[in-house]
Design a protein. Structure first.
Length: 155
């Protein structure tokens, strides 16, 4: 498992790269606006995270169920979650029903923040499922920060 510093570096690099690529794309196509950048950034992040979870969906499900409060009660949710992320990502990129997408994404981020806080308070040493089973990131303040950043992008 990556240590906290490497996990933070990975997440910052990932978010920064996605941000810069979306910014460059919008500037190059002369369609830049803050709202377009926000939508494209959210859409790209959600699609990539969803696809990383699909890399080994069974392993992701096992990781996710250890800390997610919904999938602990409803295990099938851990299999649906990556597809939900991808669908929301497409909605952001297509600017389709953005109010609905924002509401669903806000709900997902709040549940995720609560789930992570509960796990951190209980002292559990778990893997984060944010990037599926592809990266071995510990569930930590890095995970919490990632979710808070995603939530703040919606506001």
């Amino acid at each position: 498992m990556l240590n906290l510093k490497l996990s933070l570096l990975l997440i910052i690099t990932f978010f920064g790269l996605v941000y810069l690529l979306n910014y460059a794309y919008l500037k190059y196509n002369d369609t830049y606006s803050t709202s377009k950048l926000k939508n494209n950034f959210m859409g790209t992040i959600l699609i990539i995270f969803g696809l990383l979870k699909l890399y080994d969906i069974t392993k992701f499900s096992q990781i996710f169920r250890k800390y997610d409060i919904i999938s602990q009660k409803l295990p099938v949710y851990s299999y649906i979650y990556p597809f939900l992320e991808i669908a929301l990502g497409i909605a952001y990129l297509q600017k389709y029903k953005l109010n609905f997408a924002n509401t669903i994404t806000t709900s997902l981020m709040i549940v995720s923040i609560i789930s992570v806080i509960i796990s951190l308070i209980s002292g559990q040493k778990l893997r984060c499922g944010c990037m599926g089973s592809f990266f071995h990131i510990p569930l930590s303040y890095v995970t919490l920060s990632e979710n808070i950043i995603m939530l703040s992008m919606i506001m």
